[in-house]
Design a protein around this ligand. Structure first.
Ligand SMILES: Nc1ncnc2c1ncn2[C@@H]1O[C@H](COP(=O)(O)OP(=O)(O)OP(=O)(O)O)[C@@H](O)[C@H]1O
Ligand SMILES: [Mg+2]
Length: 463
């Protein structure tokens, strides 16, 4: 691979040479710039992979230079150096697409570490892009994120089988992305201009599910006021996605088996066979093999469905994908329609990587979305994560000042809590045990809160 080029920009020559030495020692080609204008010029000329620059520079300041760099080449990663405490600048820089920022004075270790992280990120993005191109340029659905070896296997299988009509069984825990895979199979198939029809087998009781799948003739059962086409018919020339197939009852399984064998259906109340040209994709978070052993699932149906199996790995087994997923969800769930994606602190990201994700990618998506709101779309720290108390001091990332409005949330919650306690104390005419009971909290906690909010003498006697 060609040598990676890094542009170091600072008006302070001693900092430039320090960085240059460090990075050259690590095998990078290093360019220098002393002004913002020079940065722009060098980026145009030499297309460095990474720019490390001071935010304050003569001629063109770092912020302006950053936005020009991003216009010239959005792929160039930019690391900003700021003086300690200039958090507004840092936030602005992140908004403009800086990869991260480092506060001055910095430790050289921190620089090496951050540079490594940027480059890993760039490599990962490039690699995933290539893989995705291999699958198809036509994935119209939300993209599947993840580069873990187990996910690459998934992509390969999709690539291999999408164009065939083979039945696919997608297995994996809840929230691992089974539906995304089903969509990828459809949109990468020759049937992509046909319909993709989804049916959840868990949502309906047996008789309604059958009516939904097969349709019915008018008057075929109570409530069948009109004739209706079923989902199999609607999926003609397309794909039918049978979600939560493990919930299907044995009688319905028998009917499904017939459809798969004969590629024909009959509406309920009719004996006229209707040909259907469908591709069947199923998903389940159950162990179907086990259900077969327990005779809850027909073995002949299982073998027909399981022609191709795609197994989605749980997120805890591919934690290396957490950063890319987080980035994806930050871009997906913006604070407002026009906002830049929120950023996340290294420490918060570490927390996300330590967690085990029983709800898999769906849970990560929910946690990220919530954190975007709590951080008001700015920089997510571990305070915005629902993992309980963080150890004191641990997340005091140097220079990572919280956006001013953070305290608004805490203050509002505290005020609300105080109001509730005051009301309970009033209603209980000062009887603390009773107030605790009304609030549904332990007396000990109420005492602590009374002390915290200085409510010892509340409510005043004689009122
Ligand atoms: N690899 C991924 N990349 C991007 N988004 C993902 C990925 N995996 C899952 N998601 C997102 O997580 C959410 C849950 O995914 P999905 O509905 O496909 O899971 P599932 O396996 O079908 O879960 P369940 O068994 O609970 O139905 C969706 O919003 C989906 O877009
Ligand atoms: Mg699903």
């Amino acid at each position: 691979m060609a040598q990676t080029t890094i542009l170091v920009a600072d008006d302070d020559a001693s900092i430039r040479s320090l960085l240059k030495q460090l990075l050259a020692d690590e095998g990078f080609a290093v360019l220098e710039a002393a002004t913002g204008a020079e940065v722009v010029e060098k980026v145009k000329e030499s297309v460095p992979e990474l720019v490390i620059m001071d935010i304050r520079m003569p001629e063109l300041d770092g912020i302006e230079a950053l936005s020009r760099v991003k216009t010239i080449n959005p792929r160039t990663a930019v690391l900003i150096m700021t003086a300690f405490g200039s958090s507004n600048m840092a936030i602005r820089a992140m908004e403009l697409g800086a990869f991260d920022y480092i506060t001055k004075p910095f430790e050289l270790d921190k620089i090496s570490h951050t540079v490594k992280r940027v480059l890993e990120h760039l490599a990962l993005t490039a690699e995933v892009e290539v893989l995705r191109d291999e699958i198809s340029s036509l994935v119209q659905t939300e993209r599947i994120v993840g580069n873990a070896p187990t996910m690459q296997e998934v992509y390969k299988t999709i690539g291999k089988v999408a164009k065939s009509d083979a039945t696919v069984l997608i297995t994996g825990e809840s929230g691992t992305g089974k539906e995304l895979v089903a969509e990828a199979l459809h949109y990468n198939s020759n049937r992509r201009s046909g319909p993709m029809v989804k049916v959840s087998c868990a949502a309906l009781p047996e008789s309604l599910l059958e009516a939904e799948l097969f349709g019915h003739e008018k008057g075929s059962f109570t409530g069948a006021m009109t004739q209706r086409r079923g989902r199999f018919e609607m999926a003609d020339k397309g794909t039918i996605f049978l979600d939560e197939i493990g919930e299907m009852t044995l009688p319905t399984q028998t009917k499904l088996l017939r459809v798969l064998q004969e590629r024909r259906i009959e509406r309920i109340g009719s004996s006229l066979p209707i040909k259907v040209d469908i591709r069947v994709v199923c998903a389940t978070n159950k162990d179907l093999q086990r259900q077969v052993e327990q005779q809850k699932f027909r073995d002949d149906l299982f073998y027909r469905l399981n022609v191709i199996n795609v197994h989605m790995p749980p997120l805890r087994d591919r934690k290396e994908d957490v950063p890319a997923l987080v980035e994806h969800f930050l871009a997906k769930h913006r604070y407002s329609a026009t906002a830049q994606p929120a950023a996340i602190s290294e420490e918060a990201l570490r927390r996300l990587m330590e967690y085990d994700w029983p709800g898999n990618v769906r849970e990560l998506e929910n946690v990220t979305e919530r954190a975007v709101v709590l951080s008001r779309g700015q920089i997510i720290t571990s305070r915005e994560l629902p993992f309980g108390d963080h150890e004191a001091g641990e997340d005091e990332d140097s220079g990572e000042e919280l956006p001013g409005d953070r305290s608004f949330f805490k203050k509002s919650v505290a005020q609300f809590e105080k109001d509730l306690i005051m009301k309970a104390l009033r209603d209980a005419t000062g009887n603390r045990s009773k107030a605790a009971e009304m609030l549904g909290i332990y007396r000990r906690l109420l005492y602590a809160k009374i002390k915290e909010y200085g409510l010892e003498g509340y409510p005043p006697k004689g009122r």
